[in-house]
Design a protein around this ligand. Sequence first.
Ligand code: ZN
Length: 86
Amino acid sequence: MTNLIKTLIDCEKIEAVCKQCNKGVYRQTGQVDQEANPIVFRHACNECKDEVDFSIGYPVLTYKNKKFMLADSIRFLSGPPKPDIK
Ligand SMILES: [Zn+2]
């Protein structure tokens, strides 16, 4: 087992606000178009279900001007979990 170092950091959570209802935020559906370049992640609004594609999976965390996708977002390339954070 690899030893892990955990450090508390200050980061920002970036949400994509729905352009239809302007209330909800987009969450990944688990559908990924890996043939696209760059690959695109299908998202659906958690209020009105409006669907859009983004080349990055929201929500995103930023730290020191770098964007980080949730590990669950990447793992679903081989399965369909729906990452979510409150
Ligand atoms: Zn919406």
